[in-house]
Design a protein around this ligand. Structure first.
Ligand code: ZN
Length: 156
């Protein structure tokens, strides 16, 4: 039964029922980032491999565990506007191909991004769409940032 849920979309593996439900619920995942994830999935599927979703929304506790504080990030909004994929088994050449191809979806706004890095969840791709005040409710703890003068408003 669980095996049936593991690969639900071309090129996108959702390893747990929780992640599958989160990915399927537009109230928890911004449809703009899901749409781009599905497009990435089609391309990676054509390479004969897949991206495994490792994180969508994140709790205050998981942020503190990873970064030591409640970080401002697209993962800490509702719906979440960021997805992390494990790139295990994909290879650097294909990751570069994915990034080059996907740039046609990224060049239409300041905060669209597809970043390949190694923080929090190990070697992974971070896909993100811009903050939209009508869609994304901020969940992170702003108190920590007020002293610095940014008032927690800075986006990236
Ligand atoms: Zn991320």
């Amino acid at each position: 039964m669980i095996q049936d849920l593991r690969i639900k979309y071309f090129g996108i593996c959702l390893p747990t029922i929780d992640l599958y439900e989160e990915f399927s619920d537009y109230r928890r995942i911004d449809p703009r980032v899901r749409m781009r994830a599905l497009e990435l999935g089609l391309l990676i599927h054509s390479f004969g491999c897949q991206l495994q979703v490792v994180s969508i929304g994140r709790s205050r506790e998981s942020n503190i565990r990873i970064y030591g504080y409640d970080k401002k990030t697209g993962h800490r909004e509702l719906p979440a506007r960021a997805i992390d994929f494990s790139v295990k088994g994909v290879g650097l050449k294909r990751i570069i191909e994915l990034k080059n191809y996907h740039s046609i979806f990224l060049d239409d706004g300041r905060y669209y991004s597809l970043i390949h890095h190694d923080v929090g969840h190990g070697d992974h791709l971070h896909l993100q769409v811009p903050y939209n005040k009508n869609i994304n409710k901020i969940l992170w703890d702003n108190v920590k940032f007020k002293k610095g003068g940014s008032h927690g408003r800075k986006r990236y």
